[in-house]
Structures are given as structure tokens and as C-alpha cells.
Write a protein that binds this ligand. Structure first.
Ligand SMILES: [Zn+2]
Length: 191
């Protein structure tokens, strides 16, 4: 009888150990990762508009692997995977590689294409347009106007007033809530 109890206790203890081991192995929280990326990124700024020109090696050191893959290797994230795809908060979208302001939330629309879509960039200089002939298609690549990170492509099947659809990888976007809008919301008297 005592022996069985002992076995059970042992099994229970080893189960506990397994649980705590699994918890330790859990991947680091995504937000923490993003924050530490920004801390290690000396060129990241929402206000500095001077051009950024780093070597690919330097970028590799300061960007997270996800952002590096999109920004520098012109990768494409899988459709429907971005948290910004169905995101409706009011604010500004910045380049995740350098902090350059790219789009305002009021130009975002639901395109149904699986990637965050906008009809107009925040300013003419916020984006660079480059012809892209890869994959047997004639497309226009859009890059960050400050650091030349690959953002996505622009198509001419968007809604008015521009008729354009900027189809952007969510990985390369950082979002900041509009401070004014937030203030208005919190100041609104409770009815
Ligand atoms: Zn950039």
C-alpha cells in the first residue's frame, strides 16, 4: 500500500516538473520581441526623416528575422496572417524597420486580398515605387521612402478617391494609436 502511494507521488512530482519545463520552453511573447528589436535598432525613429542606408549585414543585426525577411529579402507573409488585416483602430502605421510614417488608418480599407490594404500613403515621399517583373508579372513594388524596406505592391483596382490598392505585408507595419482620437474618446462624458 505504502509502495503504491510512493509511486503515485513520484508520478505526480514528475508530472509537475514536466509542466514547468513546458512553460519555460514557451516562446517569448511577440510584443516583447518587437520592443527589444526597436531598442536594438539605432535608426528607428518616428520623427527623423533623414534617409537610412545600411548594409544587409547591419540590417540583419537590428531587425527581427520576420521583419528582415520581408524588408530586405522582399519576402511575402502568408495571406490572412497579419493582425492588421482586420484591424480598425484609429492611428498611424509606421515602417517596422525604420519608424517612417507610411499610412493613416482612415485610408485603410477591406480589400479581401488577405493583406492590410490602403488607398493612399501618408505623403508622396513616404513611399518609393519600383517596377517589379518577378514571378512572370508586371507589378509595382512599394518600398519605404526612408529605408527602402520592401513593403508590398500597389495595384490600380482600389477604391476612390485614388483607385489604388497598396497591398502591404503586416509584418513590416508598426501601429500607433492616434493620441488625439484617444484623448477625445476618454474625454467624452459618460451618457
Ligand atoms: Zn523604413
Amino acid at each position: 500500500m505504502h509502495y503504491t502511494k510512493w509511486i503515485l507521488t513520484l508520478a505526480f512530482v514528475s508530472l509537475l516538473q514536466q509542466c514547468s519545463f513546458t512553460q519555460q520552453k514557451n516562446p517569448i511573447n511577440k510584443t516583447e520581441q518587437m520592443d527589444s528589436t526597436k531598442k536594438n535598432n539605432p535608426v528607428y525613429s518616428n520623427t527623423d526623416s533623414s534617409k537610412v542606408a545600411l548594409t544587409e549585414e547591419e540590417w540583419k543585426k537590428i531587425l527581427s528575422p520576420d521583419v528582415f525577411y520581408i524588408a530586405r529579402l522582399k519576402g511575402t507573409e502568408r495571406p490572412w496572417t497579419s493582425k492588421f488585416e482586420n484591424f480598425k483602430e484609429t492611428g498611424t502605421y509606421y515602417c517596422a524597420a525604420c519608424g517612417n510614417a507610411l499610412f493613416k488608418s482612415d485610408t485603410k480599407f477591406e480589400s479581401g486580398c488577405g493583406w492590410p490594404s490602403f488607398y493612399e500613403p501618408i505623403s508622396k515621399s513616404s513611399i518609393i515605387y519600383t517596377p517589379d517583373h518577378t514571378h512572370g508579372m508586371e507589378r509595382t513594388e512599394v518600398q519605404c521612402g526612408r529605408c527602402k524596406a520592401h513593403l508590398g505592391h500597389v495595384f490600380d483596382d482600389g477604391p476612390p478617391p485614388t483607385g489604388l490598392r497598396y497591398c502591404i505585408n503586416g509584418v513590416i507595419l508598426d501601429f500607433e494609436k492616434a493620441k488625439e482620437a484617444e484623448k477625445k474618446y476618454t474625454e467624452k462624458p459618460v451618457e
